[in-house]
Design a binder for this molecule. Structure first.
Ligand SMILES: *[C@@H]1O[C@H](CO)[C@@H](O)[C@H](O)[C@H]1NC(C)=O
Ligand SMILES: *[C@@H]1O[C@H](CO)[C@@H](O)[C@H](O)[C@H]1NC(C)=O
Ligand SMILES: *[C@@H]1O[C@H](CO)[C@@H](O)[C@H](O)[C@H]1NC(C)=O
Ligand SMILES: *[C@@H]1O[C@H](CO)[C@@H](O)[C@H](O)[C@H]1NC(C)=O
Ligand SMILES: *[C@@H]1O[C@H](CO)[C@@H](O)[C@H](O)[C@H]1NC(C)=O
Ligand SMILES: *[C@@H]1O[C@H](CO)[C@@H](O)[C@H](O)[C@H]1NC(C)=O
Ligand SMILES: *[C@@H]1O[C@H](CO)[C@@H](O)[C@H](O)[C@H]1NC(C)=O
Ligand SMILES: *[C@@H]1O[C@H](CO)[C@@H](O)[C@H](O)[C@H]1NC(C)=O
Ligand SMILES: *[C@@H]1O[C@H](CO)[C@@H](O)[C@H](O)[C@H]1NC(C)=O
Ligand SMILES: *[C@@H]1O[C@H](CO)[C@@H](O)[C@H](O)[C@H]1NC(C)=O
Ligand SMILES: *[C@@H]1O[C@H](CO)[C@@H](O)[C@H](O)[C@H]1NC(C)=O
Ligand SMILES: [Cu+2]
Length: 822
């Protein structure tokens, strides 16, 4: 008997997934007295009311809902975007230290004037080689290590990207070479390092500046920033540094420190700014350029001090930590809030399969591989549906936070976050909070200072059910409605003050979404004179305006690599029709065109959402002659950078200026940004503008560089932390004539209820609830007891990173540490 023959005369079901208060006392302990009903007693046309059915038919079946599902699989091919093994990393590090020409010092013993290894990571394969392996008989692409050296044993310190390989290392054939081909700047893969003297900067410069005005800071704020144990102030400033006329200029400002463990410092600016010229590596040549207080600029410390201690000097108040800056519960508890809230469970266990070694995932005929890098964290590759590749790569490239203000600190800040890296800050997820307790978790690793840190359980995979159906329709005789069950891959990166939650979601209709939500502490401004740049949100505090823009690379392969971008525009038209008797009808119609070349390839979402952007294969039409494709559209909001031609960023983030940017795909343009673009903003390693040289993007392998973003003007509700309800942005990819009809019709998790004359006539359940296994083939009445474990996750298991030392290699003595990265 087929599933669809399995008509149920009368089945009434409470949602097993969204358990409400009603069921709360059974959540932790499976109980045969669970207050729901799987199947009523009736026959066709028998009318019962729902309440009676629920009360009268408590189920008692014993079988588990989970026992036949497989969650572990073997990936069809190796993950060519995977991480290096511990042994590979250790062998590369050992090999590098053996090379006299590299002149390396182990990080532990290095000074600012030694060369060190900054990064050891797997090199990504060229797409041509990866496809030959994935789609053909080619062997796995040769493996290389991507290494970044931090060469500081020189007056002109620089980072050097190099390739080491092929792997495995052997003392005869292994070589290293500068890595240059992926970057637009052709100078042997080098970029200057403006951060080489980060310790000296404090000991020899910033703390001395703090000391030089200690009388003032004590008077103003009863504190110092001098590098002393009893300092209650901090001093730090703009990023990127101001890079003009061959000089490197800093603006720094003073911050109050929180008085407890809460990370509130970015809410405590004090409004005193200091400018220095820190060009070169000799601190004795660094120069103070002046002080700014209350919008008055003082060229010397003496001038500032003299003014300060003069009569009539206007002193301003301090931002001081208080409960307003603390995230713990405060304020009266809402009625009933302490009762057990709704909780999602997965009674069948994981309805998807994972190869944890290869980080390969299968869910409802979607398959993909997960990659992870130090720079950008999570990335997805070879995303297929029913075996057909839709996207070769979907990955974050860079995230910026561009501030503005009347003061030089906020005017100067434009963080490019891959400098810090998303990988090192993708911490362990909190089960039951960041992701459901029942999610499957994966580890991720990154290299730092001759160790590999592993963030345990830092990627989660789970199914979820939306609070709205994916389909419904009511008539006078039946209603049909389908659950919107979808699949999510998620990681959260806390880069400094901000927490970015990245979610990749897959839906039953074939649509895919990428979303970012932000929380954490805002970086705020001292309020004075900043009225045009933010709301006043506390005593002396401005919620400093800023743009977040996050660039994603979407390398579509719609039914092959040769794709085009079709624009389908809705236009207002006035037209006379043969039937309109000569009268003009004001109406609308569609115009279709193609993006022909990269020159036309940079644009914004149309006003009034009038233009559909559809990636199609011109050689793949459906049976009606329409191109099969995927449409790209904003989902939960999108934005690009407001600032035109930012002076702070110059050429370092040209990717941020438009919503959509289309280029011909090239092995030489694999990434839209380099993590050290901030170090040389006028001549960065990757100038995104250089990708646009007029090449055809018609019927060729192409990449869409898509910006997610938020214009953020923090208001009092951003205190103490920004909330993810509104701080979000997302883009979705939806099938456009890709399938012959909606793919979500395949799911059994829908119901059609017939009714007539005040009676239910039919409840068609399509064999849902474990139809594939539990209860046996063709059984209409599948019986199982939902397994509630784990609803209450073991939060005592949250432990932080595991570190394995690579030089000397010490694989058997892992230890816990987070200190060196935060
Ligand atoms: C660092 O230097 C000390 C003292 O010279 C030495 O004992 C130690 O082995 C060095 N560390 C490494 C990792 O080489
Ligand atoms: C090698 O590095 C050391 C510092 O670790 C430096 O003193 C020395 O000059 C460097 N040698 C060369 C040849 O660059
Ligand atoms: C990848 O492509 C680039 C650019 O064509 C080329 O220089 C490089 O050698 C290729 N890498 C490999 C491993 O073939
Ligand atoms: C390479 O040579 C070093 C010593 O020069 C040795 O310690 C190492 O084991 C060798 N590695 C291989 C893979 O032969
Ligand atoms: C100033 O700071 C010192 C030490 O941190 C503290 O003991 C003292 O109470 C503070 N004074 C005021 C007026 O807050
Ligand atoms: C902080 O410590 C320094 C040196 O230990 C001392 O001179 C100073 O008085 C202390 N400051 C305060 C505010 O306690
Ligand atoms: C879809 O998934 C089912 C179940 O895993 C599998 O049997 C089928 O081959 C898949 N279809 C395609 C086209 O990959
Ligand atoms: C993650 O790392 C922990 C600690 O090493 C290990 O127990 C666990 O099996 C790893 N998880 C996966 C999915 O590999
Ligand atoms: C892509 O199109 C080019 C011509 O524009 C053609 O030479 C090539 O064979 C096509 N590639 C595929 C995979 O169809
Ligand atoms: C499209 O298909 C035609 C006929 O199959 C083929 O000759 C042509 O190379 C294809 N073009 C592309 C760009 O794939
Ligand atoms: C961007 O601004 C700089 C400095 O103001 C100017 O030299 C340059 O021409 C501008 N570039 C563009 C594309 O507007
Ligand atoms: Cu923000």
């Amino acid at each position: 008997m087929g599933i669809s023959d399995c008509l149920r005369p009368r089945a009434i079901v409470l949602s097993l997934l969204l358990l409400s208060l009603l069921a709360h006392d059974v959540l932790a302990r499976p109980s045969p007295k669970a207050p729901w009903v799987r199947k009523g007693p009736g026959r066709k046309k028998m009318a019962n009311n729902i309440k009676r059915a629920i009360e009268g038919h408590r189920r008692t079946t014993e079988a588990s809902c989970a026992d036949t599902l497989t969650t572990s699989i073997t990936a069809p091919k190796k993950n060519v975007w995977g991480e290096l093994t511990d042994v590979e990393t250790a062998s590369v590090v050992q090999w590098l230290f053996g090379r006299q020409d590299l002149n390396l010092t182990v990080s532990e013993n290095a000074t600012e004037w030694d060369n060190t290894i900054q990064l050891v990571e797997a090199m990504w394969p060229n797409k041509t080689d990866a496809l030959a392996y994935l789609d053909g008989d080619a062997t796995e692409p040769a493996r290389y290590a991507h290494v970044v050296l931090n060469n500081r044993a020189t007056e002109a310190p620089y980072y050097a990207d190099i390739l080491v390989g092929p792997l495995p290392i052997d003392n005869v054939t292994t070589t290293w070479e500068p890595l240059e081909f992926p970057y637009t700047k052709k100078n042997g893969g080098r970029v200057r390092n403006l951060d080489a003297d980060s310790d000296t900067l404090y000991t020899e410069w910033l703390y001395k500046l703090g000391e030089s005005v200690a009388d003032i800071t004590l008077d103003l704020w009863n504190g110092t920033a001098m590098g002393l144990d009893n300092d209650t102030l901090d001093i730090w400033g703009i990023d990127p540094l101001w890079q003009d006329d061959g000089k490197i200029i800093r603006w720094d400002t003073f911050w109050n420190r929180p008085t407890d463990d809460f990370d509130a410092e970015t809410l405590l600016p004090l409004g005193l700014y200091v400018m220095s010229d820190v060009t070169g590596r000799d601190p004795s040549k660094w120069k103070l350029e002046g002080w700014l207080y209350n919008n008055i600029f003082y060229e010397t410390t003496e001038a500032f001090r003299e003014a300060y201690w003069s009569e009539g000097f206007e002193k301003q108040g301090a931002n001081v930590e208080g409960d307003w800056a603390r995230t713990d519960q405060q304020g009266p508890v809402h009625p009933m809030d302490a009762a057990y809230p709704p909780t999602v469970i997965a009674p069948a266990g994981s309805r998807f399969a994972v190869d944890p070694q290869q980080k390969y995932v299968e869910w409802m005929n979607y398959t993909f591989y997960i990659g992870f890098t130090r720079d950008a964290g999570l990335a997805l590759y070879d995303i297929r549906y029913k075996g057909e590749r839709v996207l070769y790569e979907l990955s974050l490239q860079e995230a910026l936070a561009h501030y503005a203000g009347n003061d030089p600190m906020n005017s100067g800040v434009a963080y490019l976050d891959t400098f810090y890296g998303f990988g090192p800050y993708s911490f362990e997820l909190v089960k039951g909070y960041d992701c459901p307790a029942y999610a499957t978790y994966l580890n991720t690793s990154f290299y730092i200072a001759e160790t590999t840190h592993t963030h345990i359980d830092s990627v989660c995979l789970f199914e979820y059910v939306a609070d709205y159906p994916i389909q419904r329709h009511s008539t006078s005789s039946y209603i049909s409605v389908t659950k919107n069950i979808y699949f999510v891959v998620r990681a959260v990166a806390t880069v400094g003050n901000y927490d970015y939650t990245f979610s990749y979601s897959f839906f039953l209709d074939g649509s895919i979404a990428v979303e970012v939500r932000a929380s954490g502490y805002i970086q705020s401004a001292y309020f004075a004179h900043n009225q045009d740049y933010g709301f006043q949100i506390h005593d002396f505090l401005s919620g400093s305006m800023h743009d977040h823009v996050l660039n994603f690379k979407a390398d579509f392969d719609i039914l092959g690599t040769n794709n085009s971008v079709q624009l389908m525009k809705m236009v207002s038209t006035s037209k006379t029709y043969p039937w309109s008797k000569g009268k003009v009808r004001n109406t609308m119609s569609l115009t279709r065109s193609f993006v022909e070349s990269e020159d036309e390839g940079r644009f914004n979402w149309g006003p009034n959402s009038d233009t559909q952007v559809i990636v199609v294969n011109e050689n793949a039409t459906n049976k009606h002659g329409e191109y099969r494709g995927y449409r790209v559209l904003p989902y939960t909001g999108a934005a690009h950078l407001t600032v035109l031609n930012s002076t702070n960023l110059a050429k370092a983030a040209r990717w941020a200026g438009h919503d959509v940017q289309i280029t011909r795909r090239k092995d030489t343009e694999p990434k839209g940004a380099h993590p050290y673009n901030s170090q040389d903003v006028h001549d960065p390693p990757i100038d995104f503008d250089a990708f646009f040289d007029g090449e055809s993007v018609r019927d060729t392998d192409l990449v869409l560089w898509l910006n997610l973003g938020m214009h953020h003007v923090p208001h009092s509700g951003d205190l103490p932390n920004t909330v993810m309800t509104t701080a979000h942005s997302g883009i979705q990819f939806m099938p456009s004539n890709y399938f012959d009809m909606d793919e979500s019709r395949r799911t059994v998790n829908q119901v059609r209820i017939g009714y007539e004359d005040g009676k239910t006539t039919e409840v068609e359940m399509f064999g849902q609830f474990g139809a594939a296994g539990v209860g046996g083939e063709g059984t209409c009445e599948k019986k199982c007891t939902p397994d509630f474990v784990p609803v209450d996750p073991d939060l005592e298991g949250y432990v932080g990173d595991i570190v394995v030392r690579k030089f000397p290699f010490d694989p058997n003595n892992p230890y816990f540490e987070v200190e060196s990265i935060v």
